[in-house]
Structure formats: structure tokens, C-alpha cells
Write a protein of this length. Structure first.
Ligand SMILES: [Zn+2]
Length: 302
């Protein structure tokens, strides 16, 4: 089971991110330029290009079952799925896992528990109606997760959550204590039928270095990042990476009113990320790329 990469993509657009929230209210989203479709196509094509022997024809019936295919997990926002159902169908038909990133990118902290439950149930149902397939996984906006949320996520019919990022220096992330659970591979068994798949980070004693992707992938020099991933894969059976479609889009509209730190987090190195991601996937192309759901299957957990 070692040498496994679990590539995940949070499918949202440039105007929906937490860093720019105060400048782009929810009410103005529908007037913003949708760029997510083009950027997701670039990511899908990049994944298909990793292995030249990989069938790229989306209608190829073997595409979803051939274990050598580089498959990834796409956590799709309901707001996006509602407007671009064909994009969701395409992600699914090209052999990738469609999972949920909630509906409107609200942090659970800003919702009542009833509204949170509705958000995660509605987004799951919408994605299932679009693909005709079951949705197994959920990722919370901004990695904000806690034990109460895990209960609600399980109750809504998901079998795993992938929201926990152990890098505590980012104070907007949620907190979980996974030490109380049985760990198999990188999966923490929250209950008999529900698991947490945390974002991968480097642990050095008590120190956690953020190594899962996103802005840290954009900031850390390429070869150092790859060395860190190799270090993680020496200790763990899998490495779980995350990225976003807007991270490969330097042409996106620039929002100037946000605080300097937020702008830095959102815009740093956007112009280099597509090539860096391409080099990263190429660097690890001998490894196995599988979906979150497939990883749990291989561990015999589901
Ligand atoms: Zn998000």
C-alpha cells in the first residue's frame, strides 16, 4: 500500500475563497466570471497526461476500473455543481471520484447546526442526482472541522471526511484529536462505518510542517517539497495532497481590497503553479494515484 498518492481538488472558483470573503459577498457571486470549468479541464487533462499509456478517451468504459489510471478526488461545491452539472458529469465519467465540498462554502461556525446539516445533505443529494452515483466523502471549507461536525457528516450518509489539517498555526483550521481513534494507513476510524482521511503534513517531534498542498505547495521550492513528500511516504502508506482550480489561474480578476496577508495567501506564485503541479505529478508518476474511496477500499475498511 505504500507509494500511494491521493490527489484531491476542491472545486470552487476564485471569488468563493475565505481569503477574499470580505471583498466579495455571497450576493455578488452570481455576477462574477466563472473560470472554474476551464481550470478543471486543465487539471483533468494534466491527470490524463501523467501516464502516456493511460486511455484519455472519457467514454472509454475501462477508464474507471483500470487501476493504473491516475484517479483523483474532486470535492465539488454545490453552488458550482448547480450551475455546471456537465462539469461534474465529466469529472465522474473520466474516472474520478466526485465528493462534496458543501453547498455555499459557509464555515460551519457561521451556520446553525440545522443549517450545516442541510448544507451537507443538499450538496450530497445534488451531486448524486447529477452523476447517478453515490457520494461518499465530504471536505469542509477552510479545513474547518470538529467532532460535532463529524457526527453530523456521518449522519448525512457520508462514509468519510477529509477536512482535518493538523497544521495548527493556521488558526482558521479546525481541530480534531485523532489519537483516540484506531488508525489504519492514514485513515482514522471514527466509527464502524465512518473515517477521517486527514491532509498529509510532516511531523517532526511536536512540530507540524504544512506539506499537504495549497498555498504551501505554491511557496515551498519544488525539490524540497518533493523530498518532504518522500519523507511522508517513508512513514505513511499514502500521501494526501490538495489543490484548487483557481491556484493554476494567474489570469483571474485581482481583488485589491483584501488585507495584505490574505492577498499574499491567495495570489502567491499563481503564475507558476500549473507547471509546478505538472512537474510534481510527473515526478511521482511511478506511484499509484487513487481516490479517497478506493484507498479506503484497499484498506478493507469499506
Ligand atoms: Zn474551499
Amino acid at each position: 500500500m505504500s507509494h500511494t498518492l491521493i490527489i484531491t481538488v476542491d472545486v470552487e472558483d476564485w471569488f468563493q475563497v475565505e481569503n477574499l470573503r470580505q471583498c466579495i459577498p455571497f450576493s455578488s457571486w452570481s455576477s462574477c466570471e466563472l473560470r472554474v470549468e476551464k481550470n478543471i479541464h486543465r487539471i483533468l487533462d494534466l491527470l490524463d497526461s501523467i501516464n502516456p499509456t493511460n486511455p484519455t478517451n472519457p467514454t472509454n468504459p475501462t477508464n474507471s476500473t483500470n487501476p493504473t489510471n491516475p484517479n483523483a478526488t474532486f470535492f465539488v461545491l454545490g453552488w458550482i455543481a448547480e450551475r455546471l452539472p456537465n462539469l461534474v458529469r465529466e469529472i465522474h465519467s473520466r474516472g474520478h471520484e466526485v465528493a462534496s465540498h458543501g453547498y455555499n462554502h459557509n464555515l460551519a461556525n457561521d451556520l446553525t447546526s440545522d443549517n450545516f446539516e442541510k448544507d451537507i445533505a443538499d450538496s450530497k443529494k445534488l451531486l448524486e442526482d447529477i452523476t447517478g452515483d453515490r457520494v461518499y466523502g465530504y471536505r469542509a471549507p477552510n479545513f474547518f472541522v470538529n467532532h460535532f461536525m463529524l457526527k453530523a457528516i456521518e449522519k448525512s450518509g457520508y462514509i468519510y471526511d477529509s477536512s482535518y489539517n493538523s497544521f495548527a498555526m493556521n488558526q482558521r483550521y479546525g481541530h480534531l484529536d485523532l489519537s483516540q481513534y484506531t488508525i489504519k494507513g492514514i485513515a482514522a476510524r471514527i466509527s464502524k462505518t465512518f473515517y477521517e482521511l486527514p491532509i498529509s503534513n510532516i511531523k517532526l517531534g511536536k512540530l507540524i510542517l504544512p506539506w499537504g498542498g495549497g498555498g504551501y505547495f505554491r511557496l515551498i521550492p519544488f525539490y524540497i517539497f518533493c523530498l518532504g513528500v518522500q519523507l511522508i511516504l517513508k512513514r505513511e502508506t499514502a500521501y494526501l495532497f490538495y489543490t484548487h482550480p483557481w491556484e493554476i489561474d494567474p489570469e483571474q480578476p485581482k481583488v485589491t481590497g483584501a488585507p495584505a496577508l490574505s492577498r499574499f495567501r491567495h495570489y502567491v506564485n499563481l503564475n507558476r503553479t500549473y507547471n509546478k503541479l505538472s512537474k510534481f505529478l510527473e515526478h511521482f508518476k511511478e506511484y499509484r494515484f487513487i481516490t479517497c474511496h478506493h484507498y479506503l477500499e484497499l484498506l478493507n475498511l469499506i
